[in-house]
Design a protein. Structure first.
Length: 202
């Protein structure tokens, strides 16, 4: 059984993703779905003085991360909850890393406001892909010029339904790379995935 729809990142894949980052000396890093910290491990190898703020919904993961990174800010909450804004407040980050859950969640006015602020367009359907919400939250809290590395299922790259999202990303942000990952690049899932490397335009 895979709890919380978690798909963990293998080490060699996480190293590739971190190698995409163009920032020379990022100071702060946001991780909204940290899992067991594979992406953070690779980020800290490249940037050992990185200040980490990480979240995970699974208490076991949060405890593990707290032990693994004693100087990091680790929180056990659902990153899509309203609690996140109360924790982050006005904080912004140089880089953001995210391997979000791949599933639908119930839409709500909070998500609609975030999408409107980030993309200039919202989704009013009853259900929304969690990946869209995670992407929007990451972009919201990035500094201008900040970089997001996010893992997304193939539908966000290939489906006609998400042409609107790809178009808005191209217009409002800079897509530096899109990399197709091999099947089973992420543990416990057969999903075909793509990595989007996005820069928040100044």
């Amino acid at each position: 059984m895979v709890e919380f729809k978690q798909f963990y990142t293998q080490q060699e894949v996480s190293q590739l993703l971190i190698s995409l980052l163009e920032h020379d000396y990022p100071v702060s890093c946001l991780e909204l779905s940290a899992g067991e910290g594979a992406l953070l491990d690779s980020a800290l190898v490249k940037f050992p003085h990185l200040n980490i703020t990480a979240f995970d919904i699974d208490p076991k993961n949060a405890d593990f991360l707290s032990s693994k990174y004693p100087s990091a800010n680790i929180y056990c909450i659902d990153s899509t909850s309203q609690d996140l804004a109360g924790i982050l407040k006005e904080d912004t980050f140089d880089i953001a890393l995210c391997n979000p859950p791949f599933h639908f969640i119930d839409n709500n006015p909070q998500f609609q406001l975030i999408l409107e602020e980030v993309f200039g367009q919202t989704i009013k359907s009853k259900r929304i892909r969690a990946e869209v919400v995670f992407m929007a939250i990451n972009l919201l809290y990035l500094k201008d010029g900040g970089e997001l590395i996010i893992v997304l299922p193939d539908l966000f790259y290939s489906s006609d339904y998400y042409i609107w999202l790809r178009t808005l990303l191209t217009k409002k942000f800079t897509i530096k790379n899109i990399i197709e990952c091999e099947h089973r690049s992420f543990l416990k899932t057969e999903a075909k995935t793509h990595v989007f490397h996005i820069i928040k335009s100044s």
